[in-house]
Design a protein around this ligand. Structure first.
Ligand code: FES
Length: 510
């Protein structure tokens, strides 16, 4: 087995009988509305030979994993293997490129791609998060590609067991795909504090995942992106100190924790898993992560015409967007009352520029509706009107948020998972899957924990998405329990979630 980096989260896996591409993202226009670009660039890998794989495996629907530009160049009958998700978004994105042979497989079910090579997926437990690990077994070796999936430690151990106890290569995301806290209205100091926290949370997940999987070689990848539009240049500072650490920084941090079986692959570098050796791509002979500023400056100049051409495709509207906005959100409000009840607040939209306005969507019982005035909101978004028509015509809100082309605010300062869930899925069957999952979570089983001289009986499974707190519960000073799955924090005395809109944790001091 040979594993070649295609840049970002893209991998080419070659065995004796097959070549599989996983999550190739090579679009010269970057993605997320001309916002994200591959860092470092992978454009030298766009060659005809890359366009004849045995199959493609795609982990989830984010556009840095499903690249319509690249997929449209493949032969239409190329098999595309994807996990089953409640939402049809991933399938729709692939079908829009002309690819016809889409094979959806339930998680844990291997599919043979050719003699001696198979693939299976393992998805996150909650249908609120469409992320999946991709496992390839070929030539007697195993690649576990975690990409953006935040699997529980129990799931990771089960994968190891399923493949016979040895994971040869573990690839895992070193820099999260997120807009929090960078797009929120915080003071600079508070933003830095939250960015640091998010960076450390990601690092500690990597350390725990590596400890659970015990791979022969661990490769951090799938980020960071870089931002080449001058309007977004500020986001590149997140590489140095914030939520988008580069691979070298991740590896350095892991070394500090005593994790030394790591490797960095730049686009085009090949790791021969059988020989345990790396063949560096000579293209990078002069590259260093420490020259980031000058690299990004040059890269930005090279892409200036692509970015300008892209933005020209999103002109300012010439008519008011109020009516289509109202119709769109009336449709969302009618989609799932469980979600409305969970969101339970007024959300403001400050759409700037021609055709825009200050509008609100109220999800509170008794006030439900779409309003032509913003009023007092608990959550708000501000962005340019040029992006709104695309959103109202099906651009997924999560793809838009990942573009960082907006500002958000919220009061109280707590995360509302169901608001993002409604916006990103906007589809009855996906919302129903989340509702069913959350209503089926077991809150009966209890565990005992100790904090600051007190003993508490708490529910074993996190009220957010049902992960086992025995495995991922961390006790913080001040009688607080943090669930390391999505970092919700609970006051052990009251059970109240302190940083997210979430059910009470069942907790009793004994
Ligand atoms: S499962 Fe999401 S915070 Fe616990």
């Amino acid at each position: 087995m040979k594993v070649t980096s295609l840049g970002h989260a893209g991998l080419k896996v070659e065995t004796n009988n097959a070549t599989v591409l996983i999550d190739p993202w090579l679009s010269p226009e970057g993605t997320f509305l001309g916002s994200w670009f591959q860092y470092p660039s992978n454009q030298h890998l766009i060659t005809p030979s890359l366009l004849q794989p045995t199959a493609i495996a795609l982990s989830h629907e984010h556009l840095d994993h499903v690249d319509p530009w690249f997929l449209a160049q493949l032969p239409p009958d190329t098999p595309v293997i994807i996990p089953c998700y409640p939402s049809p978004i991933l399938k729709k994105k692939i079908a829009s490129t002309g690819l016809k042979n889409i094979i959806e497989i339930p998680q844990w079910q291997p599919v043979q791609l050719a003699e001696g090579i198979s693939v299976f997926f393992v998805t996150e437990d909650s249908p609120m998060n469409h992320d999946a690990a991709v496992v390839i077994v070929g030539d007697g070796k195993t690649l576990l590609n975690l990409n953006d999936a935040r699997l529980s430690l129990a799931q990771l151990c089960s994968i190891r067991t399923k493949v016979g106890g040895v994971i040869d290569v573990l690839t895992l995301q070193g820099a999260g795909a997120s807009w929090y806290p960078v797009c929120y209205e915080y003071s600079q100091e508070r933003k830095q504090e939250l960015s640091d926290r998010k960076r450390m949370a990601k690092f500690s997940y990597l350390e725990r995942a590596i400890a659970s999987v015990k791979p022969v070689t661990a490769i951090p990848f799938a980020g960071p992106p870089c931002f080449l539009d001058p309007e977004l240049a500020w986001a590149n500072s997140e590489i140095e100190n914030g939520i988008f650490p580069d691979q070298q920084q991740v590896v350095n941090w892991l070394h500090h924790q005593g994790v030394n079986n790591t490797m960095i692959l730049l686009p085009g570098d090949v790791f021969d898993v059988m020989q345990q050796s790396k063949q560096p791509d000579p293209f990078w002979a002069d590259f260093s992560f420490s020259d980031r500023d000058s690299y990004i400056k040059n890269y930005s100049q090279q892409k200036a015409t692509h970015i300008a051409a892209f933005k020209a495709r999103y002109p300012e509207p010439t008519e008011s967007l109020w009516k289509p906005f109202r119709e769109y959100f009336q449709g969302l409000l009618a989609m799932n009352s469980y979600f409305n009840h969970k969101i339970d607040m007024r959300v403001g939209f400050d759409i700037t520029g021609a055709g825009g306005g200050k509008w609100a969507v109220d999800f509170r019982p008794g006030y439900e509706g779409v309003y032509n005035e913003i009023g007092e909101c608990s959550y708000g978004y501000r962005f340019a009107s040029r992006w709104l028509p695309a959103l109202l015509h099906g651009l997924p809100w999560e793809d838009f948020f990942l573009s960082l082309r907006f500002v958000a605010w919220r009061d109280p300062d707590i995360y509302n998972d169901h608001l993002l869930g409604l916006l990103k899925f906007a589809c009855p069957q996906s919302l129903q899957a989340v509702e069913d999952y959350e209503n089926s979570m077991d809150s009966q089983e209890q565990i005992t924990i100790h904090s600051e001289g007190q003993t508490y009986k708490i529910q074993r499974y996190c009220p957010h998405a049902g992960v086992d707190l025995q495995e991922v519960g961390e006790i913080l000073p001040g009688g607080i329990l943090r669930c390391l799955s999505h970092h919700y924090e609970f006051d052990l005395e009251t059970g109240k979630c302190l940083n997210g809109k979430c059910k009470l944790l069942d907790s009793t001091r004994i």
